[in-house]
Design a protein around this ligand. Structure first.
Ligand code: SF4
Length: 445
């Protein structure tokens, strides 16, 4: 068995670069010829979640050995894999293979009794996607070319119906899909794509590719501003209140008509765990974990109230009960609750109302009060006829930082947790103050 036939691994085409190229050849080209036109994108939460889901899948076949990652030394990873195979290990995670400048790492490689191998590619998604098939097809191709007798090639992803009850049941949590036939049938196309991507990388001419869904799925591309022609657009005055859409419309006036004091401007922060941390949760179920509230009374006086979860080091927090109780106490019974759309899509609106509705069904003793708050929620996007959204300017990626800080906050030391709470306070206040100011600026009858 030849794990690697030729050298040059560090200059070749890895599985992740191949998948990037399939997603958008221009992305690959930009990384080589115009890397400085990209901006910093914080995809760390996506990668962290992926890492944790991957770790959960590693013992799928039982005890395993793992090939240590060494970014700058692919031949070393390949050699280590070769050694582990020679030693007869049954399960090898991150098994590394190369062929003719191509390189891939297999999440889980399992040796069958007849000497053949099964491979699993693990994804933290809840569904199969076309790009995953290319990912598997590339690995299948490289392993076959490297002389590995692959019997089955599986895609493993999260079963979105799984509901946690007690200890996490990995058999119920994961869905295993056999992709062998499809991976094998793509062999010719994989070869063509490899040749095409190599040609693109050899050419100094920028590929002509229009922006589309590939720019943000499965994660945001660093070159979006460049490709959309909006480079430098974020450099506006950070004290500006910005919103899209035309506020001088009948929609804005009728929205303003619906408002009556006291006004409660509410922003709830929400996170999602791919691996449900508590009983009764399904993967990626939305969990509200903090809120900021600005109350404006009839006389124009305002006050801020906020909820921050108590988080101790090492203890996975479930803030839902405390947050629900606090909401019931903080929001006046007769308040009109104004919430904030996250963007201009339909699913970006009424986020707070949906979160409060779910809390109401989770805590029956608070249901009446919570449903009353939910029924009084209005979304500011209604004032823009559904076409607009506002946002409170702040450092790029701060929203993601707020969410990811909560999810793994109990693993951080006390001083870091205090720092995060300060960030949350500033972020939440800036949001409700902007919500307040935009509402104030609406035309009234
Ligand atoms: S922004 Fe879109 S079109 Fe531009 S390189 Fe990235 S994925 Fe390709």
């Amino acid at each position: 068995m030849a794990v690697q036939e030729t050298g040059g691994m560090n200059d070749g085409l890895s599985k992740s670069r191949f998948c990037e190229g399939v997603r958008c050849p221009k992305m690959l080209w930009m990384e080589k010829y115009a890397e400085d036109r990209g901006r910093e994108i914080d995809n760390s939460l996506i990668f962290e979640n992926g890492h944790r889901v991957g770790a959960l899948a590693q013992p799928w076949y039982g005890d395993f050995v793992e090939v240590e990652f060494d970014r700058d030394n692919k031949p070393k990873m390949i050699a280590e894999t070769e050694e582990l195979l020679r030693e007869g290990h049954v399960n090898i995670c991150e098994a590394s293979f190369g062929y003719d400048g191509l390189f891939c790492r297999v999440d889980v490689l399992h040796r069958n009794d007849d000497g053949s191998f099964d491979m699993i590619e693990v994804k933290s998604s809840t569904r199969n996607k076309e790009i995953y098939l290319w990912d598997i097809a590339f690995q299948y191709y490289v392993l076959k070319r490297a002389g590995i007798d692959v019997r089955r090639a599986y895609l493993m992803y999260i079963n979105k119906e799984y509901e946690r009850r007690g200890e996490l049941d990995t058999a119920g949590f994961f869905t295993l899909e056999d992709c062998t036939e499809r991976a094998a049938s793509l062999r010719g196309e994989v070869e063509e794509r490899i040749d095409g991507l190599r040609d693109i990388l050899l050419s100094e001419e920028e590929p002509d590719i229009a922006p589309g869904r590939q720019c943000f799925d499965p994660y945001e591309c660093a070159f979006r501003d460049y490709c959309n022609g909006t480079e430098g657009a974020d450099a506006a005055d950070p004290n500006d209140i910005r919103y899209a859409g035309d506020a001088d419309t009948e929609a804005a006036r009728s929205f303003a008509e619906r408002l009556s004091h006291p006004l409660a401007f509410l922003r709830i922060e929400i996170c999602m765990y791919p691996i449900p941390p508590f009983d009764g949760l399904t993967p990626y179920r939305q969990i509200p974990f903090m809120y900021t509230l600005l109350i404006e009374r009839e006389d124009g006086g305002t006050e801020i109230r906020e909820f921050m979860p108590e988080i101790e080091e090492g203890a996975q927090p479930d803030p839902r009960r405390a947050l629900a109780e606090s909401l019931c106490e903080d929001i006046p019974e007769d308040a009109c609750v104004i919430t904030c759309a996250r963007g201009s899509e339909a699913y970006d609106r009424n986020v707070e109302a949906r979160a409060i509705g779910k809390l109401a069904w989770t805590f029956p003793d608070l249901r009446r009060r919570l449903l009353s708050i939910k029924d009084r929620c209005v979304d500011l996007a209604d004032a823009f006829d559904g076409a607009g959204s506002y946002y409170a300017p702040g450092p790029a990626g701060e929203g993601k930082e707020v969410e990811s800080a909560f999810i793994y906050m109990h693993e951080k030391p006390a001083d870091k947790r205090d720092e995060i709470k300060d960030m949350w306070t500033a972020y939440g206040r800036r949001n409700v103050e902007t919500l307040h100011a935009v509402t104030e600026s609406l035309p009234r009858l």
